[in-house]
Design a protein around this ligand. Structure first.
Ligand SMILES: Cc1cc2nc3c(=O)[nH]c(=O)nc-3n(C[C@H](O)[C@H](O)[C@H](O)COP(=O)(O)OP(=O)(O)OC[C@H]3O[C@@H](n4cnc5c(N)ncnc54)[C@H](O)[C@@H]3O)c2cc1C
Length: 194
């Protein structure tokens, strides 16, 4: 049969969760896909001790992960990859496997140009305080669904409600216990999910 095209995975936020995911996913994908990783700061794990940060950066660079540092992801749109022209058409209503996600990266640092990235899957790991510089217009075809706490409501699978190709992981996911109470944002809870 037809060889499937390489899968493109975008990871938004490079704190502890994003870094761990980027390294693990790129290792598993090998040559079958690419990982693009975006962080607001020009560094990764901004709160980690410098030695740990440098070691983690070396791992990411050695695995051919495409790093976009100094960018904020403000908007994710669902688009339909039209087969005949190969062009991308924004359309939130199209089903099937032809859908792609388009991420708008806004420069968070001077001297950088805004960019647009394409992905098949998005992992949203922006922590408990997402840095969204410009809110999406309310009529945008795809909205990052933040609740009043700035977190994302997910299914038990961590898939963002209504958006199965986007997963919220780490402190950015609003996790509740079976009684509906929010679980705390800490490493213990995160590891329960691993
Ligand atoms: C003071 C303090 C003490 C803590 N002590 C403990 C402890 O003792 N034990 C424990 O288990 N946990 C502790 N925690 C919690 C722990 O730090 C978090 O659970 C952990 O950092 C979560 O990792 P994360 O990757 O989900 O998010 P983060 O580490 O917050 O990383 C998210 C990254 O995404 C970036 N980002 C945000 N928005 C965007 C955007 N729109 N586009 C691109 N990038 C974006 C951020 O700038 C950041 O770099 C503590 C937290 C704090 C604040």
């Amino acid at each position: 049969g037809k060889k499937s095209p390489p899968i493109q995975v975008a990871i938004v936020g490079l704190g502890y969760s994003g870094v761990e995911l980027a390294a693990t996913i790129s290792e598993r994908l090998k040559n079958t896909g690419t990982v693009k990783a975006i962080n607001f700061q020009t560094t990764i794990c901004p709160n980690a001790p410098p030695g740990n940060r440098e070691a983690a950066l070396k791992v990411l660079e050695s695995q051919n992960i495409q790093l976009f540092l100094g960018y904020s992801v403000n908007c994710i749109r669902e688009v339909y990859a039209s087969e005949d022209s190969g062009s991308m058409v924004a359309d939130a209503k199209v089903g099937g496997d032809d859908k792609k996600l388009v991420l708008e990266l806004q420069a968070a640092q001077r001297g950088l140009q805004s960019q647009v990235l394409e992905a098949d899957l998005v992992l949203w790991t922006v922590g408990s305080q997402s840095q969204i510089l410009r809110l999406q217009p309310p009529d945008a075809p795809y909205v990052i669904p933040l609740n009043g706490r700035g977190q994302v409501e997910t299914e038990e699978t961590l898939q963002v409600k209504g958006h199965p190709r986007t997963f919220a992981i780490g402190d950015s996911a609003a996790l509740r216990d079976p009684s509906g109470k929010f679980l705390p944002a800490n490493a213990q809870v995160r590891h329960l999910l691993d």
